[in-house]
Design a protein around this ligand. Sequence first.
Ligand SMILES: [Zn+2]
Ligand SMILES: [Zn+2]
Length: 258
Amino acid sequence: MQKKFCMKDCLEIVQNPDRENIKLFVHKFKSTVSLCDTFYFLIHLIKQEKELCERFLIFCPSIKTCSELFSALRMELGQLIKHVDMFHSQSPDTIKEKIKEDMRVENGNIRVLVATSAAGMGVNFKAIKYVINYGPPRDMDGFVQQFGRAGRDEGVAMAILLFNGKQCRKLDEDMKTYVLNEETCRREIILSAYKSKPSPNRIPHMCCDICAIKCACKSSDCSDVVHPFFKYKIPIYSSDSDTDFDADDMLDDTEISD
Ligand SMILES: [Zn+2]
Ligand SMILES: [Zn+2]
């Protein structure tokens, strides 16, 4: 209990949960969508951009999922898997050190790091433009900590939560609210968990996918701030959760509140 309180306090002191340079996205899948289909956009991007691919940090809820995703990427990428690595608590120390060293420089060889929460604390990874949470962390502190790895250089960065109903069984109330939300500004929901509010002057198309839809600023970059996941989506995406909440989606939702 005490330990838990201490961690919470430390986190609040260390990190302001409002990271204004990170745009927030959420996308829900049916649980039948395969890993390869979920991460099709990433496979496409690495094949296209290779060593110039912008850096991704992908958080998985378990070592098992982490390994499965890494294997799926290896199958699809062949030689290009050299730009992908895996980091979790069971990784040998020598590997961990090698990864940390590579990730310490902006143009390191690793462009995509698949990791567990072990990569969320006490590491300094450079030039992370995109954080993906594949499955929601159990609590808001963990989530803030993890997506906060993006955009440390204060440049434009994006965080996307990809999930299915089956991954939502053990969430705390704040995370549950975040995951179920379809209308309210995502930043507003995160900050309300910390009794705070987003700046009223924030630029809607930079804030979150929900605010972006309502943005009427008409600036030239208004529609540009899109996560590659949405840029390179394959048809299967539109056949599930892009269609407005059919019966199956509702069924998936009920799994969340068990
Ligand atoms: Zn917003
Ligand atoms: Zn705009």
